[in-house]
Ligand binder design. Sequence first.
Ligand code: M6R
Length: 602
Amino acid sequence: MCGIVGYIGEKEKKHIILQGLKELEYRGYDSAGLAVLKDHKIVHFKAVGKLENLKEKTKNFQSKGFGIAIGHTRWATHGKPTELNAHPHFGEFSYIIHNGIIENFQELKKELTSKGYNFLSQTDSEVIVHLFEENLKNNEPFEAFKKTIQALKGAYAILLISKADEEKIFFAKNLVPLIVGKNDDDEIFFSSSDAPLIGLAKEVIYLNDFDLGYAKKGEIKLLNNSKSKALNYKKLSTSKLSAQKDGYRFFMEKEIYEQSAVTSETLMGRVFKDNIELENINDDFFDGICEIKICACGTSYHAALASSYLFERVSKIKCTVEIASEFRYKDPLLQNDTLFIVISQSGETADTLQALKMAKNAGLKTLAVCNVDNSSIVRISDEILLTRAGMEKGVASTKAFTTQLAVLWMLSLKLGKIKGSLTKQTIEKEIQALLKVPTVLKVDDKIHEKIRRLSKRYLHGHGFFFIGRDLFFPLALEGALKLKEISYLHAEGYPAGEMKHGPIALADSELFTIALMPKTLLYDKVKSNVEELSARDATILALSPLEFDIADDFIKTKGYEHPMLEFFEMSVIIQLLALEISIRLGNDVDMPRNLAKSVTVE
Ligand code: M6R
């Protein structure tokens, strides 16, 4: 969590830092801060809340001319979102920004306090700057920085500036992302992700765990585990187009509308008449695989759950799914005939990344379904399937989910073919359906308008139940997650057949039930479950192609002949429902409270 940026050069530093932080605001927006070292002076600013507040505070500040600068946007882990807890943290003459968690900060803080250091914040991060200044007493600055980093346990991307060496930004990375870039003018840039660097840096280095070093005008010094390391530059894309809202009210809305186009990209070059080709993944990668285990978090976990139905039903391979944060501490029994799949939009989710590392260490073959090329998860996995959804900015994940499902459906067909569990005719039929996904995902304006109107009736109540069966149970979970994260209304996803084992006790007219009733999967069973709820006065909003008299509200779907197509169609509907309810409630859809786009802490 948190976003960090850094700059060394002549240009207006405030401007570059604020622009960079704007791109990273999705990573956290409890508070923000920046520091500029120029003409032997360090000036810093901090503000609670969104970046606009920092912008306002710095409006009369100018920082043109050679100097160095660092900036941070925070998602609170240790300590409340206050100005004192905002970064940069400072000592007597040094400033740091940090993304991650320092696990041994209590011990370090105790030691430093006993030596007379005064702590202003409640954060874990502040120990870093005091420890650096303590180490400086007997070491030159880079040595002091190295010693400081060696003493830290945990996850970090750190930038440090100090009057002890006014030309350099010192940096270190472990477990959370940090990128350093340069251009032809000898300017140096740092960032937590590519986006802020587009248009500024020409080439970038994606730092690895335990990399540390310093940068000064025209020079980057890089060490890994104390040894000098070659600078492995990669070219950076120059397109910023994908980062704009294109007239939609929110990025989430834009991203819902983009789903049709981006899934075309996802399928492109991979789907043929009777075959699926998954880039460089050779069929023999799957040799000896008898089981699949998938790990993910949040929406990606829901995609995993949905795909498990496909792997078992279509590919005829046993498939289990685990929440990454649970998996990593349960001492799982892992066998090397298991293919370990991780799913992640960002490729930086700490729990998923750790689960992947565990599987790798246990010798399993690993495959990542991910949206961000060059992300940590992508770099570690044996094989990668990129979802090609483009940058997803809304905290509520939408196009990442549907593109993940498109990839996983392809993979299930590929495996089914390799394992001989699918006939040629079945594969051809499945592929015909798969190719319809971009059409199915096109937002129907009439349906959107209907949802917009309907949403006014769903702004209160004591709870929402999204219910479905089979494949539509994970979709019910996803519907509930979408609604709660952006509307702050309590919602649960539940298997429709399980309501009678407890939750039905909650039923009354203020219990809103969103019933997912596809015609191609267990329609009659779900219908009975919904009737039971209706008989107890629950308010029902049904999504189905088949008319359903007892529903209080009804959204008629098109009635595609394949369950996955019904699934994709209903995915858009539950996303739009959450969007419209959230907008009516006046919430900031793209930046819901307490959340961050990329969860790089556990
Ligand atoms: O980047 P990832 O897919 O690994 O992220 C996992 C979750 O943090 C993410 O899906 C989260 O639940 C979203 N806010 C859901 O909309």
